[in-house]
Design a protein around this ligand. Structure first.
Ligand code: NDP
Length: 295
């Protein structure tokens, strides 16, 4: 039997609707949440992301503050902008679009963001809060992946979860969230021995590798929930000369015949990321004012 296809696009739409309702309620109480996005240089992919973030921020009723800096801005000037946004009472969330142009060091810029405005969840403070089970801001893609897992498997207690990939941005925070949900978690990476065998243990398999279709059908336990975080652009000569298409880290056609539920690429985890950025902005706006964030 073919797997349930987890529709991230429609889940994200529903989430944005719930966020818009919560923003309305906050505005009625005199609070107007705002997200500041900093874009340095003019990388075309980053321009597209920043454009979508700004549009969706406004669509849910929040304020969007866009800060564009030239690629040759100094490290000092960039960090000074972050400091101004930290101090700005109108700004609830700060996102610095990565990667930064050559010559700029992202780490001190991220470190300069106040943890309570760190809606990307990338500061050490928020990574520590997540590891310790404290309230904080969780990286957006892991948060969105978790929502999709729970949409098909609400109770993760005692389930075997395998996360392939251990980046600070995706793999590690997803592993922490699964652990907090009482799953038994294995984190696999490039040095893992016999990856297919490790993956076959998983009731929940998360692929966050960045290698097109690396996870084959025979890596998957029948009935497993498969979350494909990977976004890889590969040549698609069948669509015409020079054309490309997006694929995940999972060989979708094979995997969907074995999995119980699976996210497609595109249309799975991807759309959740910006929706979770908005959710985090709402959380930040609430926490900063001592309010309970809407769930
Ligand atoms: P990184 O390159 O930072 O991390 C990749 C991880 O995969 C590393 O831990 C690496 O192991 C591991 N890995 C690499 N090769 C293998 C292998 N052959 N076997 C097992 N593990 C391997 O990538 P990210 O975590 O930033 O991103 C992962 C994917 O998710 C990418 O495709 C990216 O585009 C996508 N992504 C999607 C987002 C979305 O919105 N949907 C957002 C962010 C990322 P090691 O540590 O040993 O090197």
């Amino acid at each position: 039997m073919s797997a349930t296809i987890i529709d991230g696009k429609s889940f994200a739409e529903g989430l944005r609707g719930r966020i818009a309702t919560a923003v309305e309620a906050m505005k009625a109480n005199g609070v107007h949440p705002g997200l500041a996005v900093v874009l340095v240089g003019n990388d075309p992919a980053s321009e597209v992301y920043v454009g979508s973030k700004a549009r969706q921020t406004v669509e849910v009723g929040m304020r969007s503050f866009e800060h564009r800096l030239p690629a040759d801005v100094s490290q000092q000037e960039l960090e000074a902008l972050v400091a101004r946004l930290n101090a700005d009472p109108e700004v609830d969330g700060i996102l610095v679009q990565l990667p930064l142009p050559a010559g700029l060091d992202a780490e001190p810029v991220i470190a300069a963001i106040h943890p309570d405005k760190d809606v990307d969840g990338l500061t050490h403070a928020n990574a520590g809060r997540l590891a310790n089970g404290a309230v904080g801001l969780v990286p957006c893609t892991p948060l969105g992946s978790m929502m999709l897992i729970r949409s098909v498997l609400p109770d993760l207690s005692g389930k075997e979860a395998v996360v392939v990939g251990r980046s600070n941005l995706v793999g590690k925070p997803i592993a922490q969230l699964l652990l907090a949900a009482n799953a038994t978690v294995t984190v696999a990476h490039s040095r893992t021995r016999d990856l297919p065998e490790v993956c076959r243990r998983a009731d929940v398999l998360v692929a966050a590798v960045g290698r097109p279709e690396m996870i084959r059908g025979d890596y998957i336990k029948p009935g497993a929930v498969v979350i494909d975080v990977g976004i890889n652009r590969i040549p698609a000569p069948e669509r015409g000369e020079g054309k490309t298409r997006l694929v995940g880290d999972v060989a979708f056609q094979e995997a969907k015949e074995i999995a119980g539920a699976i996210t497609p690429v595109p249309g799975g985890v991807g759309p959740m990321t910006i929706a979770c950025l908005l959710a985090n902005t709402l959380t930040a706006a609430s926490l900063r004012r001592g309010l309970t964030p809407p769930t």
